[in-house]
Write a protein that binds this ligand. Sequence first.
Ligand SMILES: Cc1cc2nc3c(=O)[nH]c(=O)nc-3n(C[C@H](O)[C@H](O)[C@H](O)COP(=O)(O)OP(=O)(O)OC[C@H]3O[C@@H](n4cnc5c(N)ncnc54)[C@H](O)[C@@H]3O)c2cc1C
Length: 488
Amino acid sequence: MVLHDSNPPMEDPMTLEITHPTSRPAEIVDAAALRDLCDAEIHLPGEPGYDDARAPWAASVDQRPAAVAYPRSAEEVSALVRAAAVLGLRVAPQSTGHNAGPLAAQGLADVVLVRLGRLDEITVDAERRVVRAGAGLVWEPVVEAAAEAGFTVLHGSSPDVGIAGYSLGGGSGWYARKLGLCTNNLVAVELVDAQGRILRADAEHHPDLFWAVRGGGGSFGVVTALELRMFDFATTYGGMLFWDVAHTEDVLRTWAAWAVDAPDEVTTSFRVLRVPPLPEVPEIVRGRDIVVIDGAVLADDETARQILAPLRALEPEVDTFGRVPTRELIRLHMDPEGPTPVASSTAILHSLPESAIASVLEAVGPGADTAIDLFELRQLGGALGRPHPGGGATSHFEGTFLTLALGIAMTPERGARAHEEAHALTDTLAPFANGRNYLNFAENPVDVASFFSQDAWRRLTEVRATVDPSGLFVGNHPVPGAERESGS
Ligand SMILES: Cc1cc2nc3c(=O)[nH]c(=O)nc-3n(C[C@H](O)[C@H](O)[C@H](O)COP(=O)(O)OP(=O)(O)OC[C@H]3O[C@@H](n4cnc5c(N)ncnc54)[C@H](O)[C@@H]3O)c2cc1C
């Protein structure tokens, strides 16, 4: 299918009847009428399929929309958006629900949750070095399709994160310090706008909209397909090093000093990990507390070995770094797959001095009694730290380290404790934080504006007010229209 612009016919009555969606109280919204107005599969509260249909990847999040829709094509999304507007419902696009927490927290009683999982076509154009992928896809099949043609795409650490939410929110993966954010490598998106039109947004068509969705996320329309740049390499020097948790202090101190000055070619993550005692976990780490550094070097083997030498000098128990096909990095980080209940907190740090290291050791180091199963520091800087020419609302990160403190919420009590301890650790690190939130990592409601420069935030709110004046779309980290922000 070719990306195209299409306007609903002028005589279409639904286009003329679009009302301000938030002006109607939720209790009088008749979501069942969606079935009369569009062909998408619709699930309503009280029906047998509703609970499965609304279940997000973030399994501890209880999202209860007025309806859940599963469209099969951009045309069905278009009809759905127009039907929702006519009925006074708002529209929340969602791919996997990895970041469902901040969306559900907004209240979904007058919202149609649009699950995009059935938009799953992939077309590789080797000549243009572009893969066009349906917005419901997760990373693994897209990585595989690119790899089959000898290319690499800028995926993240998890095979089952959605390409849409990841790319529209930034997207930082194993090549980020050399090649930047994934969102900078979006060539185009196909999007259904608030009028139900199917648009192609790229550098030439709807450039303001294209600028806004690249980092501004899901407040501007329902993206139905993405065109992503592919890179002409198929191997990298990647892998992991790990030690027993007893070595946390040495490893963290060395890594933190090394990370700041490391060349752009390398992107790594440092983690303290409490590995669950599950049979499917390799025996060598099963049930253990370990310290892990993993990542990739985009350089020849000898250069990569030199770059990693200071970390290898710490004599890891296991060292898997070596030349590997890039497709193998999709599971390097051992991220949980399938629905998982999590509680987490995040920040971006400008530095990690001794006192910050001491706080980390106290919270998650050897002997800590904690519900934080994972504490991660991702290495920023390099291309990630530089504005990208022609980039969108988010084209780089300011800061040196991205943190994530996370616990698996196997019970509500465990989840509450993990939430509290993860936020307490983030608070302790606040003196070293730059006050910004990487929205893709923020699994709780946060100050959305804090991630953007003042100019970018002003422009985002202006674009929102222009393309979605009635506030039809509900993003997980919402960008309000300019008129709302000023209170009018
Ligand atoms: C296990 C795990 C690993 C991760 N690893 C990384 C990583 O390595 N690097 C990184 O940068 N981030 C990472 N993340 C964060 C991830 O990028 C965000 O959770 C992202 O929002 C997930 O996108 P999604 O589409 O899967 O989630 P969803 O919850 O489905 O989407 C999040 C939001 O994106 C918007 N959106 C989604 N689809 C559409 C669409 N089709 N049209 C318009 N808007 C849409 C909506 O506003 C939606 O609420 C990870 C998260 C987890 C849980």
